[in-house]
Design a protein around this ligand. Structure first.
Ligand code: COA
Length: 445
């Protein structure tokens, strides 16, 4: 019987046609065969449980220590002397390196210097970009550890950007030479949608990109990989911008408050002899929560705010790292600007030269470990290699997880390594910092 015959029959007999319909077999929603994956409500439940379970810890903390949040103390983290701003000066001086890279590229474009001379000048510029700020942070006594981290962080970002600038312009010259060899008249790089500096539909082609405007657009854009023509958004969405700004300001206050009120006493407690294991538990919770808030503040609110202001179209700053079932998936998805830079300027060039995949991955982690250590050791003025070792430990951890664990077990292993690994590194540095500067960890209490 066809569907229409059935409905006519049902109508004449006044029967509900649904009663006669045969339904297909159905899986229970929670069984994996159902293919159901929308766990938004469960996520909200987890957040509610997290807040409720930590409310007790937080209340205990307030009863025990009182209110520790102190905005004046925050200023002292950045400045020792209100009339001396060494970190800000260091950041302003970085313009010298930016302009040096632009002028080297201009000389290379018109052929007044050879490729080898250009490469040597670029390498000198890039090496100075790492040595100059670290030497300044180590020698200038008025610079605070937080000021040091900020200025070294800026210089590291500039190092990656200017390396990308050098590589990309070299590729453009190679394309130009290849085209010239083929007797073509066009001197442009592959055409992409829109140009830097303005949202109009004009394409910049090499060497027309070698302008101050283009260079500074790239320096401020939330990306580490240079392109002649970045994808652009059509307009600035004011509501979106204000929401991101509000998040940035609110989460910044929350982070500072949580660090002062919760993290510092937890670290102090963890330092007490014979209590390290017990107190690790109280340290992991605030540390992890602060890291999660930092992730959202930086990768979602701040980078989107800057991108919206600059009408920068590529907003893929992170992917779903929280679903990582392997350690390599986590590192390839949590910080996309760095990952894209690693792929484009380091990993893929190595693979193309025939380097084995494992060796290439280890080399990327080695470089990353160097920068992590650089950003911690120099501002703290102590060389302990904990950050370096933490990053290098990712290689055997990745091998172990991919070989022995998969699915939810792999995901749990990644979460556990994040939740426990970071506070261990924090404790190591805080312990050593106090022993070096005050002779004992008792000074913390
Ligand atoms: C090392 C690292 C780059 C590996 O990334 P990955 O995505 O796991 O690497 P894969 O081997 O899967 O390949 C990635 C790319 O290389 C390409 N590739 C693989 N073998 C290749 C070869 N022989 N030649 C050319 N390309 C190749 C793949 O096709 C893939 O390209 P796609 O991205 O366009 O799809 C990544 O783990 C990483 O970025 N680590 C460091 C992260 C870090 O330190 N972040 C700091 C955050 S604070």
């Amino acid at each position: 019987m066809t569907h229409s015959e059935l409905s006519v029959l049902c109508k004449s007999c006044k029967i509900n046609p649904v009663a006669l319909t045969r339904f297909p077999p159905l899986e229970s929603l929670l069984s994996s065969a159902s293919g159901y994956s929308n766990y938004r409500g469960i996520l909200n439940w987890c957040v509610v449980m997290l807040v409720l379970s930590n409310a007790r810890l937080f209340l205990e903390n307030i009863i025990k220590y009182g209110i520790l949040v102190d905005p004046i103390q925050v200023v002292s983290l950045f400045l020792k002397d209100p009339y001396s701003w060494p970190a800000a000066c260091l950041i302003i001086v970085s313009n010298v390196f930016i302009l040096a890279a632009l002028y080297i590229e201009r000389r290379l474009a018109v052929g007044t210097i050879s490729e080898t001379t250009g490469l040597i000048l670029h390498l000198f510029n890039l090496t100075s970009l790492l040595i100059f700020p670290s030497a300044s942070v180590l020698t200038v006594t008025s610079i605070t550890p937080v000021g040091g981290v900020l200025s070294l962080g800026t210089y590291t970002v500039l190092f990656l950007k200017l390396y990308s600038y050098m590589d990309s312009n070299k590729w453009c010259r190679e394309i130009r030479q290849a085209k010239a060899k083929r007797m073509t008249r066009s001197y442009s790089c592959p055409i992409v949608a829109q140009s830097n500096g303005s949202a109009v539909n004009t394409n910049v082609s090499y060497p027309g990109n070698l302008t101050h405007r283009d260079m500074y657009y790239f320096i401020f854009a939330p990306t580490l990989c240079y392109q002649l023509n970045f994808p652009r958004s059509p307009r600035i969405r004011k509501r979106f911008l204000i929401r991101r700004l509000f998040e940035m300001l609110f989460l910044m206050q929350l982070l500072v408050g949580l660090i002062q009120q919760w993290m510092v006493p937890s670290v102090q407690n963890s330092m007490k002899p014979f209590q390290v294991c017990i107190n690790m538990e109280t340290l992991t919770v605030p540390n992890h929560l602060i890291w999660l808030i930092f992730f959202y503040w930086f990768f979602h609110s701040s980078l989107n705010f800057v991108a919206e202001l600059l009408q920068f179209g590529d907003r893929e700053f992170y992917r779903d790292w929280w679903n990582s079932e392997t350690v390599t998936y986590f590192w390839a998805n949590w910080n996309i600007p760095v990952h894209k830079w690693c792929l484009r300027h380091f990993y893929k060039p190595m693979l193309r030269k025939g380097v084995n995949k494992f060796l290439a991955q280890t080399a990327v982690f080695l470089a990353s470990a160097f920068f992590h250590e650089y950003l911690v050791s120099v501002p703290l003025k102590m060389f302990r290699l904990w950050a370096f070792m933490g990053m290098m430990a990712q290689v055997p951890l990745a091998l172990f997880v991919s070989r022995f664990l998969n699915g939810n077990y792999g995901n749990a292993a990644v979460w556990i390594s994040l939740i426990i690994g970071q506070p261990i590194a924090v404790l190591m540095y805080v312990h050593d910092y106090y022993v070096i500067h005050y002779g004992t960890v008792e000074a913390l209490a």
